[in-house]
Design a protein around this ligand. Structure first.
Ligand code: ARG
Length: 567
């Protein structure tokens, strides 16, 4: 595909001899100012001339084919480039003809490994709406990196370890006959946990028993391990139901417990580097030299390890096992300090290249508008119910709008889940969000259902004509109206949008873009009669519809959204 920015940069380089001129070229915010712009004030120092003069001189000497850049203009010290719209149309059509569903993919990641850690709920505790957000952001990043050719490893770092399991084992010993864990186990386990915690506050003897249970668990005692396994299995059954509904997968479920026997290595290495200090009986790494005031605790007073130590063991293990270029942690911003600490300690444990690859993809809070949810547990929402109720709502809407539709169940699932995924990925990660059904399921807003609806329109056009014309038969001059050009320009951006969203680890860049594509298609569809008398015109318009169809579907799949064929 023609890279217009590159072509322009090469030509400007010939005239200016400035090596990195590519980096100076911008995309103007205002479309009137062209497709690309060179802000010449940035060259003024180097070229020792006024910006307006530089722009004029470059413009005079420049020799770019009119077929590529139809016009250049000097405005206020900027040199603006207007790419020939038909060149854009042509290159998009040609590229889609070659790459089809692979349009936008690349091999920039070839030979590189990326670990994406996401979801990571805690066993015996509810999967809450914050976990939904990490699950969806992580799943999308996983798909985006794969699409760019990276070897991607998705990890669910389960919270399946820690002193709380000593308490859970004791609760189980005391009350197992009171709780039938064969139904709704997580809520019941949660209940047991709250109860034993209260008891521990009042009764030191029980607390001591809980501590002993955890010591036994750490030592691999069979009885304790069996109970702990039971909690884990019961929780996984629940979590897997959610992952199934969302179509989210992982390559590894190595969670905290997996690192229980790998923590000595961390302690030994920190010892050998001489950075482990005693502080009030605990062992810590002081990080004040890098501006982090709170030290990282490695071992508690009683010798037992903690969350951070398990994460450090995980870094060592992942470096060795996956030889990663990047290791992303999609975890809520509440854990910002934790990740700062462990990344700072990591430099004592693994090579610098791995330390540089560690990245906390931090995300904001999710809340619900009060009074609208049917089920709430404090601020913990039962996700499965949220998902199922959204599917129900989608079904009601479909029933009302299109009662004759086939496969209503399947479509309702795609629309309901698509609405949730889109809503979750429609703002930048770090922004807090409110989940509101009425907004998420609105077919006319900037929502998942709107995207799906526009996709379905492209489908019905393609279905009506039956056969997609050959790209070689298309007369691109039939697409020289504003609506067609505008749509082609949007489609052209897909490559760079996918790369940007990976660079920033922000799926919302894709979600926002897809709305632009859908809107551009909507205008194109409303202003042009696609199926018409003039077959030359029809073929060209059908082909452009086909291009939009592919990009909407591929883009949505990068977010984890499935498109219904009809709705
Ligand atoms: N289990 C934790 C939670 O639910 C998240 C784990 C994050 N990942 C990590 N490597 N520490 O809050």
């Amino acid at each position: 595909m023609l890279d217009f920015k590159n072509i322009i940069a090469d030509e400007v380089k010939k005239v200016t001899n400035i090596e990195n001129i590519y980096d100076y070229i911008e995309v103007p915010a205002n479309k009137e100012m062209g497709d690309f712009s060179l802000p010449c004030f940035k060259l003024a120092k180097e070229m020792k001339k006024a910006p307006q003069m530089i722009a004029t001189e470059i413009n005079d000497k420049l020799n770019i084919s009119k077929e590529i850049v139809s016009e250049t203009k000097v405005i206020n010290g900027y040199l603006n480039f207007y790419v020939n719209p038909m060149a854009i149309v042509k290159t998009v059509l040609d590229e889609i003809d070659v790459k089809k569903e692979e349009y936008g993919s690349s091999n920039i990641g070839k030979g590189k490994n990326i670990v994406v850690e996401y979801s990571s709920p805690n066993i015996a505790k509810p999967f809450h709406i914050g976990h939904l957000r990490t699950t969806l952001i992580g799943n999308s990043l996983y798909r985006i990196y794969k699409f760019l050719g990276y070897n991607t490893i998705g990890i669910n770092h389960l919270g399946d370890y820690g002193t709380q399991f000593g308490k859970m084992i004791e609760a189980y010993n005391m009350w197992k006959d009171e709780y039938d864990l064969s139904t709704d186990p997580i809520n019941k386990m949660m209940d047991m946990y709250v109860r034993i915690n209260d008891l521990c506050k009042k009764d030191d003897a029980i607390l001591e028993k809980c501590r002993e249970n955890f010591r036994l668990l750490e030592a691999g005692d069979k009885y304790c391990t069996d109970i702990w396994n039971k909690f884990k299995e019961l929780s996984m059954v629940e979590f897997n139901r959610i992952y199934d509904i969302l179509d989210v997968k992982f390559d590894s479920y190595n969670g905290e417990a997996f690192y229980a026997n790998k923590m000595n290595e961390v302690v030994e290495k920190l010892e050998s580097k001489g950075v482990l200090k005693e502080s009030e009986g605990a062992r810590i790494v002081d990080l004040s030299d890098v501006g982090i005031e709170t030290p990282c605790i490695i071992q508690k007073t009683n010798g037992s390890s903690i969350y951070a130590t398990r994460d450090l063991a995980a870094i060592m293990y992942r470096a060795k096992t996956y030889d990663f270029d990047k290791c992303l942690y999609v975890v809520a911003y509440e854990q910002n300090l934790h990740f700062k600490q462990i990344f700072a300690v990591a430099k004592y444990l693994v090579d610098e290249k791995y330390v540089n690859g560690l990245k906390h993809v931090s995300y904001g809070m999710v809340s619900l508008p009060s009074g609208k949810m049917s089920t709430r547990l404090g601020n913990v929402v039962k996700i499965e119910e949220l998902l199922n109720e959204t599917i129900e709502k989608a079904k009601e809407i479909i029933e009302e709008k299109n009662p004759e539709l086939e496969d209503k169940e399947d479509v309702a699932k795609k629309v309901g889940i698509g609405a949730i995924i889109f809503n979750t990925l429609s703002t930048s990660n770090i922004k807090d969000q409110i989940f509101d059904w009425n907004i998420a399921l609105n077919f006319n807003g900037e929502t998942g259902p709107y995207l799906q609806y526009m996709y379905v329109r492209t489908n019905s056009v393609l279905e009506k004509v039956g056969k997609i014309p050959n790209a070689s038969e298309i007369d691109i001059n039939a697409l020289n109206d504003d609506a067609s050009i505008n749509l082609a320009k949007e489609l052209y951006k897909f490559n760079s949008i996918v790369k940007q969203s990976a660079d920033k680890n922000e799926p919302y860049i894709i979600s926002k873009y897809l709305i632009d594509v859908a809107k551009a298609f909507s205008i194109f569809y409303n202003e042009n009669k696609i199926i018409c008398e003039d077959k030359k015109l029809q073929n060209a318009r059908v082909y452009l519809t086909y291009c939009a169809n592919i990009i909407l579907k591929t883009g949505a799949s990068l977010l984890g959204i499935q498109m219904p064929n009809k709705m």
